[in-house]
Every structure is written in structure tokens, then in C-alpha cells.
Design a protein around this ligand. Structure first.
Ligand SMILES: [Zn+2]
Length: 588
């Protein structure tokens, strides 16, 4: 993947995979490797390994593996050039500008940075509209009414999109072409007339930044009764709603430090909580949480307090988000705020009316999700058998998603007590659910578990590691066609080519040449405990392979003999058989 002498190669040589991966996954030293919980699949016991000297990672659970760039590409969902840049930045290596690998990549990167620049300009424009225009005054009054003063407005970059319909368009038109304007999502095209106009009109704007703090989208709230009340940027090359959490760029430090995050629904809620001095808050900016957002959160903490709106949509969103978080093995608590007067309270309203101390107090007392769910189930009619069944059906999917068996069992007891359901009934429903869970796991893509004989594994490991005699060994294997027809043939072929090149062997690069199944097996072998390779051991492995090869040939010859060949052919086959049997006898 990384060409010799390229910037990627340089970064790779200097980057420490343990440090880079360690920023995403807590790692512990285990023998010569480092180990942690796999970020790519949910697990309780660590099967994710990082090899400090070979500079690779491998998960024995789900089979994910590769080098430091592959890891960053997977975690950040980015392309190769972006991964190089991220790794370089993490390791303090200066990044040369405009060094993309292909014309398409250069074009894509250029387009992305132009789109980011457009958003920066739009942001300046919106802020000016709020501050300095007559129309902006109404918006300022609205914000003031919501308790947002000048300080808050500037801290969160709140702006205003005027009602004209083409104010931003006119502002940007001189610098950017139509295609880019539409691609940015800031401008829309009238489907029938083909005319361009501003996407956001007569709305208060909230800049949405990605994790590294670059504005990539806007959320906008209608000032009047325009529908929809909230309007977001569409999906663009720099923004995908399911990948971004509002306020993440500023919350991540606090989340890491306090080891939990508060999850709210909208930007107004996030702003209200952050203004109360609670920095570890993020908003999903949509009714329910998407899996990439959970992965993003999971890089900083596994503990979440969900504080969604108490309306029905909020409740459904809470429950859907809970399911997803549970599947990813998060520890989840639910903060359901009590009504303020006769109004149902979202975090924004609650903090304005009751103050930050009251909010903090409730935050501390927020119950584990199961108590929240039981409370919800108890609102159902539990006086009849049918009612109880309904409550149970409501709860089971959540319980089923808890990966930890002991915890699952504890909750079962608790639910049985609280809902007055006979425990055996509940247990049988649970174990049925557990079976379904197991079958789900079984249908996951096939894992490694392929039969490679110990001698093949050992030789592969030696080819990857034996600095002293790698080339000799490779020559030997190649000349005698020793690995042809083996399960591991492709791995051998890649290793032999790499060894004969005379360059130092790079395990991740060999891995990159292999198909997924072969790469998994190769990495698995690299992570096995093993002794220093010796030439004697290599020779005895080769003898074993020769023996197996002779056995295979003998079986072939025998089949041909039994296939009723012509007389001259048969003579040749019999001679061959004699010869092979002599060889096998001599080897014994
Ligand atoms: Zn895994």
C-alpha cells in the first residue's frame, strides 16, 4: 500500500501503531502484544490484538485486521490519503500540502476543502445577518427570549438566514460555480424552473461541526411558523447526518475526562446544557441515534445518559437509541426530566426554569435504563394476563440485547418482582430470546477456523520473521514447488515473492496483497506464540512438506491406475508409484 519513499511510507515508519490505536481503544500489554476490546464488534473479553513490531492489528473475534492506516480508515470512515494525514498529525509528522495520490483523489479533496471553505463563508455571512440587519433583530429578540445572550450567541456561532430567498446565493455566486453551490447543500435548485435559491430562509442558524471542529453543515430553526420547524443541511460530500454528533468537537475532552456523555436531541438542548457548565453533552440532531454516531461516541466513553424530549417522538427515539447502545455494550442511564409547571420539559426549558443545580442533581440520580423501562411498562395495564404479556413483550427485546448473561439474569429477577410476573414464565421467555440471539450470532459472516496444518503455519511464520535465512528458505520452497495445492498456497506465494525481492518484509503489505480469508489466517499466524526460528527447524518443516507432497502424488497416481489406463500408460504409472513409495520409505 505504501510505496517506498512516499510520504505514506515515511509516516508508516515513524508511526507507532500502539499509540495511534490506543487513542481509540484502551490497550493493555499482553505478552509481546497489546490487547483490548475490539472496536469493530461487541465483546466482553478482549480479542483485539496489536503487534508493536509488525505494526499490525488483528481481531480473533471478527477477523478485522490490517495496518495503522487501515485502522484509521475503518474508525474514521475515511479514504487512504485522509488516513495518512490523520496518522501523520497524531504522530507530529509535518504533512506536505497537496500530495494526493491520484487525480480523482486530488479533485475530491479539493472539492471537500472548497465545500468547507464555503461553509466558513456562509457562517460569517449568517453571523453578520444576525448582528447587523433589521431582519436579524427579530431573530435576536427570539434568542433573547430563549435566554441566549450575546456571549452564548457568539460562543455557539448562532446566525441568521434572511428571508429574501437568494441573499446567501448572491453572496457566494461570484466565487463558486452553480454545481458547487448546489453540492454544498446551502443552495437548492427549483426542480421545475431550474432556478437557484437559498436553502435556509428566515431561520436561525446553528453551525454543525465535525469532530475536528470544521463547520460541515447547518441546522436551522424557523423564526415564524414555517414548516418544518427544524431544517438541516442535506447529505453532502462533507456531511453525513449519521456520522456527526452536534457539539462533539467541544465535548470530547470532557467526555473522556468524566468517562460519560450526555445525549440530548437538539442543538438548543446541547447549548443549554453546555452553557450550564456541563461540557460533556452531544446532540444526535435527529430523532434517533445512528450506528456510526454510536461508534463515534464509543471512542471516548462507554457510558451514556440519554436525556431526550419527553414527548412521544422523544420517547420512541429514546427507546430506539437505547436498543442500539445496548447492542454496542454501552452502560446506559436515562434522565427523564419532570414537567415544569404543566409543561413537559426538555433540557433547555428545564435548565432555564429550574436552574443548573437542579439539573445536575437529577443527572446524578438518573436511573439505569432497565428501571426506566420498567417504569414505562408499569404504565401499561398489568391487571390482566394479556396486559402482562404486552409489558413483557415490550421489555424482552431490550433485555435480549444485553450481551452480559449475569446482568441479563439480574434484570429478569427485577422485572419479575416489579411487574409481578411469575419468574419461571419470564425465564422461559428469556431463554427463548437467548436462543434467537445465539442464532443471530451464528449467521454472522464466517470466521477463520480453517485447517492449516501446523507445519504450514510454522513455515509461514518463519518466512515472515527469519531475517537470517528468509531468502534461502523462500528459494527452497519455490524450487521444489512445495506449497502448490496447499490451503495456504496464496499466503506462501505472496511471502515468497516478498522474500525474494530482498527488501525487508512488511507484514501489512503482504497482508494487503491477500484476499480477506487468507489475510485473516496470515495475521492469526503472526499473533500466535512462537519461538525464534532456526534453520534446522525450517529444514525439518520442509521435509514434512516433501513427505506430504509425495503422499499427495501417490494418491493421484493410484487414482490414475484405477481409472483403467492403456498398457504403456499403466507401465509409466507403476514406475512412478514405485519411485514415490521408495521416497516415502526413505523419509521414514
Ligand atoms: Zn472484532
Amino acid at each position: 500500500m505504501a510505496e517506498a519513499g512516499s510520504f505514506a511510507e515515511k509516516v508508516k515508519q515513524q508511526a507507532d501503531i500502539v499509540r495511534v490505536v490506543g487513542e481509540y481503544v484502551p490497550l493493555k500489554k499482553a505478552g509481546q502484544n497489546f490487547r483490548g476490546l475490539c472496536p469493530f464488534h461487541a465483546e466482553k473479553t478482549p480479542s483485539f490484538n496489536v503487534h508493536p513490531t509488525k505494526q499490525i492489528y488483528h481481531c480473533f473475534g471478527c477477523g478485522q485486521g490490517g495496518d495503522v492506516f487501515k485502522f484509521v480508515m475503518e474508525m474514521e470512515k475515511c479514504a487512504f490519503p485522509e488516513a495518512i494525514r490523520i496518522v501523520a498529525e497524531k504522530c507530529g509528522i509535518a504533512v506536505p500540502r497537496q500530495k494526493e495520490r491520484s487525480p480523482e483523489e486530488r479533485k475530491e479533496n479539493q472539492q471537500r476543502s472548497v465545500l468547507v471553505e464555503m461553509h466558513r463563508e456562509a457562517q460569517t455571512f449568517f453571523v453578520k445577518q444576525l448582528e447587523g440587519t433589521l431582519e436579524g433583530q427579530a431573530a435576536r429578540a427570539y434568542l433573547e427570549d430563549r435566554g441566549l445572550d450575546k456571549e452564548a450567541i457568539s460562543r455557539f456561532g448562532i446566525g441568521y438566514a434572511p428571508s429574501g430567498g437568494d441573499a446567501l446565493l448572491r453572496h457566494l455566486k461570484s466565487k463558486y460555480n452553480e454545481k458547487l453551490l448546489v453540492e454544498s447543500g446551502l443552495v437548492s435548485r427549483d426542480q421545475s424552473a431550474g432556478r437557484l435559491f437559498d436553502r435556509f430562509r428566515r431561520r436561525i442558524t446553528f453551525p454543525i461541526s465535525n469532530e475536528s471542529g470544521k463547520i460541515v453543515a447547518f441546522g436551522a430553526r424557523a423564526l415564524g411558523d414555517d414548516m418544518p420547524k427544524y431544517l438541516n443541511s442535506p447529505e453532502t460530500p462533507i456531511y453525513s447526518k449519521s456520522n456527526v454528533l452536534y457539539h462533539m468537537d467541544r465535548a470530547k475532552e470532557g467526555i473522556r475526562r468524566q468517562d460519560f456523555a450526555i445525549l440530548v436531541e437538539g442543538y438548543m438542548d446541547a447549548i443549554a446544557v453546555a452553557r450550564a457548565g456541563i461540557s460533556n453533552v452531544v446532540a444526535s440532531c435527529g430523532t434517533s441515534l445512528a450506528e456510526p454516531q454510536i461508534k463515534l461516541l464509543g471512542r471516548f466513553t462507554r457510558r451514556v445518559v440519554v436525556n431526550y424530549d419527553p414527548d412521544t417522538a422523544g420517547q420512541t427515539a429514546t427507546e430506539r437509541s437505547l436498543s442500539l447502545l445496548l447492542e454496542q455494550d454501552f452502560e446506559v442511564r436515562v434522565l427523564a426530566l419532570p414537567p415544569v409547571g404543566d409543561k413537559k420539559a426538555d433540557p433547555d426549558l428545564f435548565i432555564r426554569e429550574r436552574g443548573k443545580d437542579e439539573y445536575l442533581k437529577l443527572l446524578k440520580e438518573a436511573p439505569p435504563y432497565v428501571d426506566y423501562l420498567i417504569a414505562r411498562a408499569r404504565q401499561m395495564d398489568l391487571t390482566t394476563g394479556e396486559g402482562k404479556q404486552r409489558a413483557l413483550n415490550f421489555l424482552l427485546p431490550y433485555i435480549q440485547k444485553i450481551p452480559n448473561g449475569i446482568l441479563r439474569s439480574e434484570w429478569a429477577t427485577r422485572i419479575a418482582q416489579q411487574l409481578r410476573i411469575e419468574e419461571p414464565l419470564l425465564r422461559s421467555a428469556l431463554s427463548k430470546a437467548a436462543k434467537e440471539r445465539r442464532s443471530e450470532i451464528q449467521t454472522r459472516p464466517e470466521l477463520i477456523g480453517r485447517a492449516a496444518k501446523p507445519v504450514e503455519r510454522r513455515l509461514i511464520r518463519m518466512l515472515a520473521e527469519a531475517e537470517g535465512f528468509r531468502q534461502e528458505l523462500a528459494t527452497h520452497l519455490q524450487n521444489a514447488h512445495l506449497y502448490h495445492g496447499l490451503e495456504t498456497e496464496k499466503i506462501f506465494a505472496a511471502l515468497v515473492i516478498a522474500s525474494l525481492s530482498g527488501q525487508p518484509l512488511q507484514a501489512p503489505e503482504v497482508g494487503a496483497l491477500l484476499e480477506e480469508r487468507d489475510r485473516r489466517l496470515f495475521f492469526e499466524i503472526l499473533f500466535e506464540e512462537a519461538n525464534e526460528p532456526t534453520w534446522e527447524e525450517a529444514m525439518s518443516c520442509i521435509e514434512a512438506l516433501q513427505h506430504r507432497q509425495a503422499e499427495r502424488e501417490l494418491a493421484d497416481v493410484q487414482r490414475s491406475i484405477e481409472a483403467n489406463p492403456s498398457a504403456p500408460e499403466l507401465r509409466g504409472l507403476l514406475e512412478k508409484k514405485q519411485e514415490l513409495m521408495r521416497r516415502l520409505a526413505a523419509a521414514r
